[in-house]
Design a protein around this ligand. Structure first.
Ligand SMILES: [Cu+2]
Length: 472
């Protein structure tokens, strides 16, 4: 749902929802009315209403910013402001973002487009916008203090440049970055090629999202901004599993996924069931001779990767960050490993002293997914999500690539769980189990690089007495 808000009437004057492309005459006279987004759902791709045509991207749990053409210039209006972002059903966070959400809306243009972006600052402190990866005049680069004065609260600045290079980019503040990025200020930018490009293939589905991380204490709603390493909410577009929408494609679709990393650590992004090629970075398309197949690609801090593959295997394929702590939601990390420790009797004793006390992890942590331990308000379970076979035991940076034969072109709606053909699901063995046989050590084997002084029991010690004489 899109809301429009007339800036002249001041913050909070939300009018009824109208179409994204309707622009009032009043706004035409000055700057474009800001378009605000109230929903954290994945919005259908924004088909270009004017300007040159292109195949639009789908922003995972996000949306694309409408523009207006003004004498050959594409005009956008970004509003930097505090937002209330639902991280997943059951938890909302007080973040900073753009136009009603964090991350901000995706900006989509075509190579060669003249672009004018109005940035209104409704934050309590100054900001700026840096257009990560773009070729542009130095004074449009958005670095507070270095290339421009910062945008003070209540002020609007104008950025103007030509989108010279096609590819995958992002935008974020370059002013009090530690605070503003920890609070969720970022957005995606895609520049489509102006014509057929030898290194940029046409695809059937084009998804994009940014990686961000937050440190929000259980029961709280505002991120701690001083955190450097101990983040507890690992998000794709400020959403955590099971709040991250699935990527729904048709069997045989050529799929592109664009990912940018604005956290403070790297994320090995892993896809099940398919191999992909890294076809581009924020530096541009990768030459064909420099591509190789992968199933995991690491996205380092401040980097972007675009991967491509043909979705030719039916099913519900996990798609996630391979750092196991990044597929977990908020909970203290300072927990000892309790596997194998028998707490029988102990919990009852402690719970007399501490109501709601719960012993964690004596059979691994899997119990945590389904437990009904009382949680503080506005706190997500550490891992959750119900699949067709039970708890998925995931949180954070996790989603599902759903490949279906009957998904219509242009239909991004979420299909039901995959119906496996008979005999194609792992099953329980119910026959007898043979006794275990211990594998024999191979006494013939020799170390390829033996130790110089092996500390073996056969070591001989020679003792020489200091007073002794050597006689022959
Ligand atoms: Cu990760």
């Amino acid at each position: 749902m899109l809301n429009r808000r007339n800036l002249l009437k001041g913050a909070g004057a939300v009018s009824a929802a109208v179409s994204a492309t309707a622009v009032s005459k009043v706004a035409m006279a000055a700057l474009p009315e800001p378009v605000l987004q109230a929903s954290p759902d994945t919005m259908a791709p924004l088909l270009p209403p004017n300007g040159r045509p292109y195949k639009p991207v789908v922003t995972l749990n996000g949306w694309t910013l409408p523009w207006r053409m003004n004498q050959g210039v594409k005009e956008f209006h970004l509003v930097a402001e505090p937002v209330l972002r639902e991280l997943a059903p059951g938890m909302k966070a007080h973040l900073w973002g753009y136009n009603g959400q964090s991350p901000g809306p995706t900006i989509e243009v075509v190579e060669g487009d003249k672009v004018r972006i109005f940035v209104t600052n409704k934050l309590p402190e100054h900001t700026s916008v840096h257009w990560h990866g773009q070729r542009l005049p130095n004074g449009m680069d958005g670095v507070s203090g270095l290339t421009q004065p910062s945008i003070q609260p209540g002020k609007t600045f104008v950025y103007e440049f030509t989108a010279r290079r096609p590819g995958t980019f992002m935008y974020h503040p370059h002013a009090d970055e530690m605070t503003q990025m920890a609070m969720g200020m970022m957005g995606f930018w895609v520049t489509h090629p102006k014509s057929r490009h030898p290194l940029i293939d046409e695809v059937d589905r084009d998804f994009c999202f940014l990686l961000s991380a937050y440190d929000i204490a259980p029961g709280a709603a505002t991120p701690k901004i001083m955190t450097m390493t101990d983040f507890n909410l690992w998000t794709w577009n400020s959403r955590v599993f099971p709040g991250i929408d699935s990527l729904n494609v048709r069997l045989g679709d050529k799929v592109r996924i664009r990912v940018g990393n604005l956290t403070m650590t790297n994320h090995p992004i892993h896809l099940h069931g398919h191999e992909f090629m890294v076809t581009g970075t924020d530096g541009g398309p990768v030459p064909k001779t420099a591509r190789w197949p992968e199933v995991t690609t690491d996205v380092a801090v401040g980097q972007m990767r675009q991967v491509e593959f043909v979705a030719d295997e039916l099913g519900d394929w996990a798609f996630h960050c391979h750092k196991s702590h990044h597929t977990m939601n908020a909970m203290g990390h300072d927990l000892p490993t309790m596997i194998g420790v028998d707490h029988t009797g102990l919990a009852q004793k402690i719970s007399k002293l501490v109501p709601d006390y719960m012993v964690m992890g004596e059979r691994g942590m899997a119990d945590m997914g389904e437990m009904s331990m009382p949680l503080p308000d506005n706190t997500l379970p550490m891992m959750t999500g119900q699949g067709p076979f039970g708890g998925v035991e995931m949180g954070g940076m996790f989603s599902v690539l759903k490949v279906r034969k009957d998904q219509k072109p242009g239909d991004y709606s979420n299909p039901a769980w995959y119906q496996h053909p008979p005999g194609q699901v792992a099953y329980e063995w119910t026959g007898a189990l043979p006794d275990a046989t211990r594998a024999r050590a191979n006494s013939q084997s020799k170390q390829s690089m033996p130790q110089q002084n092996p500390a073996a029991s056969s070591t001989e010690l020679k003792v020489r007495k200091p007073s002794g004489h050597d006689h022959h």
